[in-house]
Design a protein around this ligand. Structure first.
Ligand SMILES: Nc1ncnc2c1ncn2[C@@H]1O[C@H](COP(=O)(O)OP(=O)(O)OP(=O)(O)O)[C@@H](O)[C@H]1O
Length: 636
């Protein structure tokens, strides 16, 4: 990644824009450093014989009312002008960073207040903001520096918040949250390092704006005060005699433009290199509904989910992609959740781990994990429970780990946090767990970054991360989708072995019913946000009853499938969550649908011990077509 970025940087610097902005920044910084050393004497030498002269060979930009060389003064003023701009940009950056990060760590109402305040400040014209702050902080260099710094802060805060919010939803942050990391640690270890680059780029652009704003304030007489001088002050002095000597105003004016352009273009070039949009999108609206939950009691079940709903606000109301899902998981049980894309599988897994973020809303009559009500337990308490007892493995092995931290350290973090292990001991445990998930040369691998791992190894390392605690449940969301078939099998075997050795329950989410049937004892079939069939597959007498389950099976390819026959597909598409039909959601695609199906939604009812189906015609389901995989494990 570093190599690719290096190549992109050198390519960017070879473009006319990149080369000229880098050359300009270098020039401005060199003059800022050397200017006062080389030209201070000439800039301060009063010559009463040369008062108010226009440009000549001896004085290229003429002289001022004391006969001092204006060009020398412009060159000397570079240091103060650039320095003040950089200080103001630093104040703006730090203040903006703090304001932008606050919503990530504050409780929701306070976070909303901060976001609203930042939004209002961003909407306020920045020049007016500078002038208002200048009035508050007073005339002079320090007042102007603070004024410009604070006026820059809202833009920076907005960018920081937007970037942090975009990273906060990534898999590795979700995994770190499940592992129980506190919000502050999440911020410092996982979010900030991943948004650092765009922030630095924006700070560079901010320096250019600060320079222009400073010159403006000094020009108006509320910035730098004599005997000090910056470009703005020189511009103001030069403007007084512009008809006699235009160069006196042009020289500082040109300096402001060149330096302002230098910083802004350099920032834009850097933004191009890392692919940053300098105009951030507006942040998402905040949640509008609170979840309700009833407390549950500990039983011989590990997870109890009753009437789970996940909803998101839309302009026209709420859309409910998960509707009344109920199931239980016993200790050590392996459950598969299958269904077409958009059926609500992932949201169900995220809701169980309390990872649905605002504005999403999760409600349930009961959602208990190891007897603890997930929705009502305070976050701090739940964090420890989930951090040690629940592990998540996500679909995309590329995004499962923080790209800027070594694998071993990411694993070790869990034990440092929850088991109070020292850095060294936690790292040894991480190496041990990597070994347990069959990572070769685990010690050396633990010191590597995620991009140095193959996809399959990353997924195994993710399971290893889950094993740092004592997981009672692993939720694996499409863990094999991005892997080739051989690696897929290895991973499924690893999950099965982990389960056998540690009695860990597994929820395996997949769109592939064949994958699930190899690993699980029970399958939950989801359609349009509901469970339509809960099918124990360990017992061969239980054949699928719901037409949707049977249709899913009929679309599964295996070695025995006749390749000359057209591939079986389920006609039509599932309904959108916000356009749910009356009656059974599958009716429009179901060969058995009757008027009753189109009018009434069937309940999930038990048709055999442990076998539940939500269908009005469960007995009439047609036989599975040729080529399907039997749920007992083999091929038909
Ligand atoms: N943050 C969100 N806001 C609004 N709707 C959402 C949000 N997240 C998911 N959805 C919707 O909820 C539905 C279910 O999503 P979910 O990701 O659970 O499906 P899935 O069954 O896991 O699908 P896939 O196999 O494609 O991952 C989808 O229609 C999706 O568009």
């Amino acid at each position: 990644m570093a190599k690719r970025r290096g190549a992109r940087s050198s390519a960017a610097l070879r473009t006319p824009l990149g080369a000229s902005s880098a050359a300009l920044v270098l020039l401005v910084l060199t003059v800022a450093v050397l200017g006062p050393v080389l030209w201070r004497d000439a800039a301060s030498a009063i010559d009463t014989d040369a008062i108010g002269q226009s440009a000549s060979a001896g004085h290229l930009a003429g002289t001022d009312e004391l006969g001092r060389d204006i060009l020398s003064r412009v060159l000397v003023a570079t240091r103060l002008s650039v320095l003040l701009a950089l200080i103001a940009a630093a104040i703006g950056t730090v203040t903006g960073l703090v304001l932008g990060m606050l919503p990530t760590v504050l409780p929701r109402p306070l976070a909303r207040a901060v976001i609203s305040a930042v939004d209002i400040a961003v909407a306020f014209p920045s020049l007016l903001l500078v002038l208002s702050f200048a009035v508050i902080f007073g005339v002079g260099t320090s007042g102007a520096t603070l004024a410009i710094g604070f006026a820059l802060a809202p833009q920076f805060a907005r960018l920081t918040h937007t970037l942090a919010a975009s990273v906060a939803g990534r898999d590795f942050v979700l995994a770190a949250r499940v592992s129980g990391l506190s919000r502050i640690r999440l911020l410092v270890r996982h979010i900030l390092p991943n948004i650092g680059e765009p922030l630095v780029v924006n700070a560079t652009i901010g320096a250019g704006s600060a320079l222009l704003a400073f010159s403006g304030l000094s020009f108006l007489g509320i910035g730098v005060q004599t005997p000090d001088y910056d470009w703005g002050l020189l511009l103001r002095e030069g403007l007084n005699g512009i008809y006699l000597n235009p160069a006196a105003a042009l020289a500082p004016g040109a300096a402001v433009i060149i330096a302002g352009l230098a910083f802004t273009l350099f920032g834009e070039t850097a933004a191009g290199v890392i692919g940053l949009r300098t105009r951030p999108p507006r942040p998402l609206p905040r949640p509008v509904r609170k979840p309700e939950a009833k407390p549950g009691t500990a039983e011989d079940t590990l997870l109890v989910v009753e009437n789970l709903e996940v909803a998101f606000p839309r302009k026209s109301g709420w859309t409910v992609p998960v509707r009344g899902v109920s199931f239980t998981v016993r200790p050590g049980e392996a459950i598969g959740v299958v269904g077409e894309s958009g059926s609500g599988k992932t949201l169900t897994g995220l809701a169980v781990s309390r990872l649905i973020e605002a504005p999403g809303s999760v409600t349930a009559d009961r959602l208990d994990f190891t007897g603890t009500p997930v929705l009502t337990t305070p976050e701090r308490e739940l964090r420890t429970l989930l951090g040690t007892s629940l592990a998540m493995v996500f679909q995309d092995p590329m995004t499962s780990f923080n790209p800027v931290r070594r694998i071993g350290r990411q694993l070790a973090e869990v034990s440092e946090q929850h088991q109070g292990l020292s850095r060294g001991k936690a790292f040894s445990r991480a190496v041990d767990r990597l070994r347990a998930v069959r990572i070769p040369a685990a010690e050396a691998r633990a010191r590597q970054y995620p991009h140095e791992f193959s996809g399959g190894m990353r997924q195994r390392a993710m399971i290893g991360m889950g094993l740092m605690g004592d997981p009672k449940l692993i939720i694996a969301d499409e863990p094999t989708t991005a892997l080739d078939v051989t690696v897929q099998r290895q991973l499924l075997r690893l999950l099965a072995r982990t389960r056998a050795e540690r009695e860990t329950a597994i929820i395996l989410i997949s769109h592939d019913i064949a994958v699930v049937s190899q690993t699980c004892e029970r399958i939950l079939v989801m359609y349009a946000g509901r469970i339509v069939e809960d099918l124990p597959i360990a017992r061969t007498e239980n054949t699928p009853r719901h037409p949707y389950t049977r249709a899913l099976l009929a679309t599964t390819l295996d070695l025995e499938t006749d390749r000359d026959e057209p591939l079986s597909v389920i006609p039509g598409r599932p309904p959108e969550p916000d356009r749910m039909p009356v009656g059974c959601a599958f009716a429009a695609r179901c060969p058995l649908a009757t008027d009753r199906c189109r009018a009434e939604d069937p309940e999930l009812t038990e048709v055999a011990p442990g076998h539940r189906v939500a269908c009005w015609h469960p007995e009439e389901a047609p036989p599975v077509s040729a080529g399907a995989v039997s749920l007992a494990g083999g091929t038909k």
